[in-house]
Ligand binder design. Structure first.
Ligand code: ADE
Length: 235
């Protein structure tokens, strides 16, 4: 998979791209990421990319000539699906991540929170707009990084066990069940017996019941999409 990122802070991505999952995916040739500094598309002597809003008010607005030049250049060379990261976008969820992961190439445009010149939208430079959630970040960089990380782990071969990714998609509309590892007891708190039983069917039943309970307590909204099912019993 190929991902293009357009940003005014290219160095923001240095360490995440060098470490851990992304670092390995890139080193293994499963993922190709190109970061481009938006300022290289500015025609201004000071490499300006934003200006004061017409009509007044606080903050700066990203200028449409810069946005258009950058997106057109990168979209052309990679035929990427272009995404504007903005709090005004569609809220990202796992199903959406899965559909993006099936694309060959994505272009992530990091807006700044005061906004971009509306004409960038009118020109159809973005195939879609994505928000990470109902909160405001200072810019789209953290959102682009989150999107990059979550999409990358679905590329076949990136996450060690495909099983863990498959299990998650099976468990969609449910929060995760509790997990335990050594020691068997800590400060008087034991690991539940069933997890030590070696009885895989009982363990699975226990996990599904706990996941259901936790979802009901914390995110009942998720249950509307998929109500309680037989294996999510009282165990
Ligand atoms: N840019 C600023 N806030 C954002 C958010 N919540 N999601 C995506 N991009 C953003």
């Amino acid at each position: 998979m190929r991902i293009e990122i357009l940003t005014i802070f290219p160095r923001y991505f240095d360490s995440p791209l060098a470490e851990s999952l992304l670092g390995k995916a890139i080193a293994g040739g499963l993922l190709e990421v190109r970061i481009t500094d938006l300022r290289t598309f500015s025609t201004d002597r000071h490499r300006k990319v934003d200006d004061e809003p017409y009509g007044g008010g606080p903050g700066m607005v990203m200028m449409v000539p810069v946005i258009a030049a950058a997106v057109e250049a990168r979209r052309e060379s990679s035929r990427a699906w272009s995404i504007l990261l903005t709090p005004d976008g569609t809220r990202l969820d796992q199903a959406h991540v899965e559909s993006l992961a099936r694309r060959e190439s994505l272009l992530l445009f990091c807006g700044r929170y005061e906004g971009i010149d509306e004409r960038a939208r009118q020109l159809g430079l973005f195939d879609e707009e994505v928000s990470l959630g109902d909160f405001v970040l200072p810019g789209g960089e953290a959102a682009a990084l989150a999107l990059l990380e979550t999409v990358s782990r679905l590329i076949p071969g990136v996450v060690g066990t495909a099983e863990s990714v498959e299990r998650e998609s099976f468990a969609r509309e449910r929060l995760d069940h509790p997990h335990y590892t050594r020691p068997r007891e800590f400060q008087g708190l034991p690991v539940p017996d069933v997890l030590l039983s070696g009885d895989h069917a009982s363990i699975e039943r226990w996990r599904r019941a706990r996941a259901y309970e936790r979802t009901l307590a914390r995110r009942p909204d998720l249950l509307a999409a998929r109500p309680r099912e037989p294996g999510e019993g009282e165990d």
